[in-house]
Design a protein around this ligand. Structure first.
Ligand SMILES: Nc1ncnc2c1ncn2[C@@H]1O[C@H](COP(=O)(O)OP(=O)(O)OP(=O)(O)O)[C@@H](O)[C@H]1O
Ligand SMILES: N[C@@H](CCO)C(=O)O
Length: 323
């Protein structure tokens, strides 16, 4: 279980009094996830039980959290399906628990769709476009903390662990992405708050009905296209080969385009963005693998999956964003 900080129901009983939620009646650690400690928390007020998710942030500080939690609040208030953070009586969205920042958000119904078809990809594409548009007037700003500046920090840390072939790929892709990120084209790409980690395991479905996006703790301001690329690279690939599945790609991109039409600049930057999105997760998985943190049980994600995807995106032209 990826619970880095142990919390008992007793610990939560006193702590919960600062929220307008009544009593804590059940607490259960959540096994999946590698970044934070998460728990399902049931509260009872006036005989009514409600389910929430309690997150203890292991790597994020109090200064970064308002961006994520306020963003979720902003999006939820505009009809984007995301968990709503619960404020304390004093109006705080984030308060310490065992000395670490912690927050309570509403629990989404359903479960993750780990074998999505075109219908699921279309739902994700449409909601992603809606989310980008709804984020346009969000007043807080934070860069994507796993963007190119971080790639420059992480690269020297992972290079000693790589084979010669991997080293060559990493160095050349960083070089290629420096040119793309410094280009006028990149400056012209529409940007704003993005999720930046919208994988299959960060979206809930009830059958074919999308019930919400969650895990916003890698969100930041970046190009909308990067967000689309991250999402396509996870939802629309054959997991064994990293090859894009045409039907799922088309369903996702067409549904996105119908809500927020892509621009010609985005078409021009699409392949570079797919490569950037593959590089980002190859690098973070290498970083996590070679610099593991302590957890009660922790299974690191496999970096070679994204190395394969990166090689695929370099080797093959990207599908058209729109007709
Ligand atoms: N708002 C929510 N509603 C319902 N379930 C949730 C919610 N938030 C988290 N979960 C559950 O908790 C699990 C872990 O959460 P999450 O993915 O946010 O963890 P994490 O440590 O940030 O993970 P990672 O960064 O590896 O995706 C999810 O797979 C999901 O089952
Ligand atoms: N989605 C990331 C984990 C961090 O949220 C990955 O699969 O590498």
């Amino acid at each position: 279980m990826a619970v880095f900080t142990s919390v008992s129901l007793d610990d939560v009983q006193a702590w919960i009094a600062q929220f307008p939620l009544g009593d804590a009646v059940a607490l259960k650690g959540i096994a999946s996830g590698i970044e934070n400690s998460n728990f399902f928390l049931t509260t009872e007020r006036d005989g009514q039980r409600t389910d929430h998710v309690l997150t203890i942030f292991e790597n994020l500080g109090f200064e970064q959290l308002p961006f994520y939690l306020q963003l979720m609040r902003h999006l939820a208030s505009r009809g984007v399906l995301v968990p709503a953070p619960v404020a304390t009586h004093a109006g705080e969205l984030c308060v310490p628990l065992h000395g670490k920042p912690a927050a309570i958000v509403s629990k989404l119904e359903g479960s993750s769709q780990m074998a999505p078809g075109p219908v699921h990809c279309a739902a994700v594409g449409a909601m992603l476009a809606k989310m980008h548009l709804a984020g346009q007037d969000f007043p807080l700003h934070q860069p994507n903390l796993r963007g190119i500046a971080w790639w420059h920090e992480a690269t020297p840390a992972v290079l000693p662990h790589l084979s010669e072939l991997e080293t060559r790929l990493l160095r050349s892709e960083i070089h290629y992405q420096e040119a793309f990120h410094g280009s006028d084209l990149h400056k012209r790409l529409p940007h704003g708050p993005v999720h930046a980690d919208l994988f299959r395991n960060n979206v809930m479905f009830d059958g074919e009905r999308l019930t919400g996006f969650f895990d916003f703790y890698f969100a930041g301001c970046d190009t909308w296209l990067f967000d689309v690329a991250v999402t396509v690279n996870d939802w629309c690939v054959d997991l064994d080969t990293g090859v894009l599945d045409e039907a799922r790609v088309r369903a996702m991109l067409d549904a996105y385009h119908a809500v927020r039409p892509f621009t010609a600049d985005e078409q021009a930057g699409w392949q570079c963005s797919l490569r950037a999105a593959a590089l980002r997760f190859w690098l973070s998985r290498l970083y996590d693998l070679h610099r593991p943190r302590e957890a009660e049980i922790l299974t690191p994600h496999d970096p070679t999956h994204f190395e394969r995807i990166l090689r695929e995106r370099v080797a093959h032209p990207a599908p058209r964003l729109f007709a």
